[in-house]
Design a protein around this ligand. Sequence first.
Ligand SMILES: [Zn+2]
Length: 442
Amino acid sequence: MMGSRFRHGQGATSERRDAGTRHHHRVTYSPARLARTLDAWSIHSMLERAFSVPALRGLAAAASLGVLAGCTHTGVYDTRSVVHPPLTTDRVAAVRQRVADRLAGATVALQDAHGARHDAAVGALPPAAALALMLAVEGGDDAAVEADRWVRLAESGRVPVTVLRDRERWTVKVGAPNASYPAARATNLSDRWGLGPLESRGVAWTDAAAAHVDRAVALLGVDERRLLSGMPFVRAHAATGGSSGGAVEGARYVQDGCSARIELFDGALAADETNFAGEPERPMPESVRMLVHEIGHAIHRAPGREALCAVEAERAVLERRRDDLSRRITAWQDGRRLKADRDALAEERTAFDTEVEGFESRGREAAALVHRNGPVLEAYAQALGDGSPPTRYGARSLGESFAESFSLYRADPAALERLLPRVRAFFARDEHLRALRKRGQD
Ligand SMILES: [Zn+2]
């Protein structure tokens, strides 16, 4: 429900007729077709020309999702992207005035890099702080309690600014103009992290884009990284199959049977122009948070994927044995047709069919596991309790809620601590990984 974009293929147990024999072998169960799941991340991009954020498209619908889900609203991290022309000096007074008009009676504080807050008069706010505050107060989402945005000033370039809201108290943290991202390397990612190859679909990896993967993987814990072993990262302009509702996708986790990959689209790099994650003193690219989000899907889907991998390996073995048995049956038909040989072959075939039945049952279990929430999401739901997902996007499903929380835990832990301290503690205690291991012991 709730607009889940997972696409599930249909399970199928098909029968294959082998030439030269008169019986069927029912070993063509296809986990690949059973378990195709796609995950999409959407960015709601808004064009804004005159320094006012108009009614945000789709937001009314999004806002009702939390209510439908019966969530207690604890506030959301605002991931919306706002594009605005650079603020020129002559417009600063107008921006401050607009904020003052909207925030009559509210308290505004500036927070320095050491965490100290100083009450500030709106009329004296630095231009970047005033602009970021204006984008926040005009955002039209009452539940938005935190945003990390690059604001553009004509004179000094882009400035990372965090705006926090606690009821009528607003706090603004301003970073350095044109602050750089943490150092990263764009080469030997597969070797250094044990990932699969960087693949391209219509667009090559630039060093900048590859560095995002490096930063994302570097944020992970060792056991989380292990789940990405051999997983390719694919660069493409956009998702194949189109996007939904005019939203632009930034990244995607694709699981196709036993194989999985993470795709990075132009939309993520576009989001880096307007949003960042983390603290303004140490901004992390928004696309890194998006990649970590997709890695979150790889984590909670790991049990189903591993079960499918086991089934696929078993299928390969069974198919070889079936072919061998078929050959010997054919040889018997073409040969001397000894009764003793026939009896032995018949016995072997009966035993084989019994094994195939067991295999098919394991295949169905694996497929069911793929379609269930699974142990990680079940544990996460407990930690979330009656809290609301950390972002609007997270209201789409429990899986998206988990992925959003995980992305914040790794890319902006302070934000997750402010929004959902119990969920932050859940990750800090490695409970998401313990849920994976617990399943292995059942
Ligand atoms: Zn997702």
